[in-house]
Design a binder for this molecule. Structure first.
Ligand code: G3H
Length: 481
């Protein structure tokens, strides 16, 4: 809630963009460093949030909706003024292309503005009265307390703000830990937070998740955990809270989204959407298509066409407008992807496209792998990178059974022309996943659509409207007539 100097240890940040030396080797570039808070300092930040919320009696939770909106609007103006810096940091920290980094920034600002509009609408509704059985009821939306927000590295600004802004605007106090890759870009926001919000309402805690977050959870003072990240981390953090019934969790987690390509699919559409779905931002999206089931009659043709499209992709540096494949920020990822490819090849699959899977440091050329079968790592594991596994099926029930057996349940894409068959499939799949896309890739947007998942893929719902509900509770003021 206030800017504090940190004299303790810090962590250097290496960019995924590396410098090629004359001898061909790659030199990592240090682009900054961030404080590694210890447990005690992060607990002090928690106390600041607890004090600011003050059991719902603090200045922020008791402000009117209009006043909270005004503060968020002020904050928005301050960050818009720092757009250039934030976009550059996105590019250097996570290797996102210049165009996509700018899109992430703009989408975040749109999200904030749409949230404000949605709250105004919600507030109008709550000023209506219901009269039933001689009781006049006014239904309000109240905050929940202290929210801990943690966003992912692939959308370090946007997906953090998709939780942080609704949590704030509903009157909660927030603690927020930036992701390991995507930390520096939050620096320009520190000043804006302190200028726009009362002391203690927003607290940024920098450090290693496994050092500081367990203590925050174990304190029992976190009322809401907002996390977009891995199912494993979410599970372990939830267990640390001493009173799990007092913790609300809003989680966006692992996903292994499947595309089903039916024999009558328009291949041009299927290939175009599959390329985007599997390889936008190098496949590092929870919504990415991570396994394709293609009918055996068209499987060879599909992989040939998709392989030809992948061959057109250009790897390189994120500032180059012609480039679509950029360096991966997770240092262990190229090695992991190589293991997946070796495992698939050892079990009889081939890499269809030329040069697929070759890597120069963090820059990995996408690989299209076919035929992928049960037992391969790529069959069940979420690769979260530029590898496109394709399996063939004789009957569509094989794909449906895969989805039923999966631990994940986020989205699915169906490609086909026969509307009766597609409708029949949709009816089966809406009970398995939280979004079915027809002749289109999987994706989160538009941001007004509910964003959630079944099984291990999510808890609670995010989206402009849903997040306002997720970070608040309905309360009733009832007066007897
Ligand atoms: O990584 C998960 C994101 O929610 C994906 O969002 O579909 O807009 O790329 P997107």
């Amino acid at each position: 809630g206030e800017l504090r100097q940190w004299a303790g240890p810090t962590q250097e940040v290496l960019s995924p963009i590396q410098l090629r030396q004359p001898d061909g080797s790659l030199l990592p570039i240090v682009i900054g460093s961030y404080p590694l808070l210890d447990e005690a300092e992060s607990l002090r930040a928690l106390e600041a949030a607890v004090r600011a919320y003050d059991h719902g009696r603090g200045e922020w939770p008791t402000r009117s909706v209009g006043e909270r909106i005004a503060a968020v609007e002020h904050f928005t103006r301050l960050i818009v003024a720092r757009k250039k810096e934030i976009v550059q940091l996105l590019l250097w920290e996570i290797g996102k292309s210049a165009a996509d980094s700018e899109k992430e920034f703009d989408r975040t600002i749109d999200y904030i503005r749409n949230t404000i509009d949605a709250l105004k609408e919600m507030d109008r509704d709550s000023s209506r009265f219901i009269i039933e059985e001689g009781i006049i009821g006014q239904i309000r939306r109240s905050p929940l307390g202290v929210v801990l927000c943690m966003g992912p590295f692939n959308y370090p600004l946007n997906e953090t703000f998709c939780m942080l802004i609704p949590a704030l605007i509903m009157g909660n106090a927030v603690l927020f830990k930036p992701p390991k890759h995507g930390t520096l870009l939050h620096y320009p926001l520190l000043q804006a937070f302190t200028e726009a919000f009362p002391k203690g309402v927003v607290n940024t805690v920098y450090g290693r998740g496994n050092t500081i977050v367990p203590a925050l959870m174990a304190s029992g003072k976190i009322n809401v955990l907002g996390l977009i990240g891995s199912s494993r981390v979410a599970d372990s953090l939830k267990k640390l809270h001493p009173k799990s019934n007092r913790l609300r969790a809003i989680l966006g987690l692992d996903a292994k989204n499947v595309a089903i390509v039916l024999p009558d699919a328009d291949l041009e559409v299927a290939v175009k959407e599959s390329l985007l779905g599997a390889l936008s931002f190098n496949g590092q999206r929870c919504t990415a298509l991570k396994l394709f089931f293609v009918h055996e009659a068209i499987a060879e043709e599909f992989v040939q066409q998709l392989g030809a499209e992948i061959n057109q992709l250009r790897p390189g540096m994120p500032w180059d407008e012609q480039v679509n494949i950029t360096p991966l920020p997770e240092p262990q990822k190229p090695g992991y992807l190589a293991e997946c490819l070796a495992d698939a090849q050892a079990q009889g699959a081939r890499i269809v496209n030329e040069g697929g899977g070759t890597a120069a440091g963090p820059l990995v050329y996408p690989a299209l792998v076919y035929p992928v079968r049960a037992g391969m790592k790529l069959w069940r594991e979420e690769q979260f990178g530029p590898v496109v596994p394709v399996a063939s099926f004789a009957h569509v029930d094989e794909a449906i059974q895969y989805i039923i057996d999966s631990d994940h349940g986020q989205q699915v894409s169906i490609f086909g022309r026969d509307s009766c068959e597609v409708a029949h499939l949709v009816d089966q799949l809406v009970n398995q996943v939280s979004r079915v896309n027809i002749n289109a890739q999987c994706q989160r947007g538009p941001d007004t659509f509910p964003f959630t998942g079944r099984k291990d893929s999510a808890e609670g719902t995010l989206s402009v409207h849903d997040a306002l509900r997720s970070f608040s509770i309905r309360t009733v003021v009832a007066t007897k007539q």
